[in-house]
Design a binder for this molecule. Structure first.
Ligand SMILES: [Ca+2]
Ligand SMILES: [Ca+2]
Length: 208
């Protein structure tokens, strides 16, 4: 082997060596990239499963709370935890207004709240409302606007067949203009003109 040939051989060997080194470093970079890709995929999958586990846990808690409402919360707030101004009595919910208004506006306001002016059809109910109203005047759902002297409960309850609690001498249709009933002194009923402004009682069934 002459010197020139040896030199050439050395050169080729150097080139090959350089090429192999380059290849190795490329391979390392690709391996690292692939590894980091795998790692991110794994992390993503783990976090996704954690999020879904958390959301199903939340759903469970929400369901439990809903079920609890029919238990303890129902005993504490039978008229609904979101409507604490409603008071429970004998399977119904009652609202005692804080503002005075006419009978017709009171009727409309009760209807807006998916209820009606109270129909006092028993002594037990009368006892409940008169204890609560304490001599203040409160409209009830009783009127003789349609026909003078023919009293009618707004829900169609038969007036003649049910309990009444008129004050002595009432209803007297004073001034020929008293067509709406309210609770008066000691919770006794009085007829007064319908544009008179007083408090009012709304009632509705217990929400299911
Ligand atoms: Ca009248
Ligand atoms: Ca009267």
């Amino acid at each position: 082997m002459d010197e020139e040939h040896l030199h050439d051989e050395l050169h080729v060997f150097k080139d090959r060596n350089f090429f192999q080194q380059k290849l190795r470093s490329f391979f390392t970079v690709y391996l690292l990239l692939a590894l980091s890709f795998l790692l991110s995929i794994t992390l993503f999958a783990v976090s996704l499963s954690r999020v879904s586990a958390l959301s199903s846990k939340l759903h469970e808690v929400h369901l439990q709370r809903k079920q609890n409402y029919s238990g303890t919360d129902f005993l504490l707030f039978p008229c609904g935890p979101g409507s604490r101004e409603w008071e429970y009595f004998d399977r119904k919910c009652y609202y005692f207004s804080l503002r005075r208004t006419s009978w017709h506006k009171a009727k409309a306001h009760c209807e807006e709240m998916h209820s009606q002016l109270a129909v006092i059809d028993s002594y037990a109910k009368q006892n409940f409302v008169m204890f609560r109203t304490r001599n203040e005047r409160f409209w009830i759902g009783l009127t003789d606007e349609n026909s003078e002297g023919e009293w009618e409960w707004i829900d169609g309850t038969d007036y003649k067949a049910t309990f009444t609690f008129w004050k002595e001498g009432e209803p007297n249709n004073s001034g020929s203009n008293e067509d709406c009933a309210h609770l008066w002194n000691l919770g006794q009923w009085n007829d007064v003109y319908c544009t008179y402004e007083c408090f009012y009682i709304c009632e509705k069934p217990v929400p299911t």
